[in-house]
Ligand binder design. Structure first.
Ligand code: 5GP
Length: 119
């Protein structure tokens, strides 16, 4: 069950400010409050999906297309595309997801390092 009290739902409702970098009918993108790279952007759908599994199972084709077209635009606008970047969708407990509104992290601006830390 989606919990509409989560912090990203509050950002979408305008209850909490964010450093917005992009917005269209389907997505909002803003800078992470605790950046882990020189560029660290969170891309979120405007509709209430809990995580990647929920989004990919239940979003409409238009929502899924809108989301990923926006990712491409944001990566290009932020000059991430030429040198590359990492995209991460932490999902659920094992994925270490903290905020239960689906979001894609875009990390770049410098080499990001190993894909996962050593156990
Ligand atoms: P997760 O662990 O759920 O994949 O990532 C959640 C991310 O949201 C974290 O990187 C965290 O720094 C970021 N975050 C948490 N609260 C806020 C907030 O109020 N504003 C912004 N811009 N980012 C937040």
């Amino acid at each position: 069950m989606y919990d509409s009290r989560n912090i990203f739902a509050r950002i979408l409702r305008g209850e909490i400010p964010c450093d917005k970098v992009y917005e269209d009918d389907f997505v909002l993108a803003f800078r992470d409050i605790a950046p882990k790279a020189p560029v660290h952007i969170l891309v979120i759908p405007k509709a209430p999906y809990i995580d990647l599994a929920d989004f990919s199972a239940h979003a409409s084709g238009a929502e899924i297309e809108g989301f990923f077209r926006a990712v491409a635009k944001i990566a290009a606008e932020q000059n991430l595309t030429p040198q590359g970047f990492r995209s991460i969708a932490n999902t659920g407990v094992h994925g270490g997801q903290e905020v239960p509104h689906f979001h894609l992290h875009l990390l770049g601006g410098a080499p990001i390092g190993p894909m996962v830390s050593e156990a």
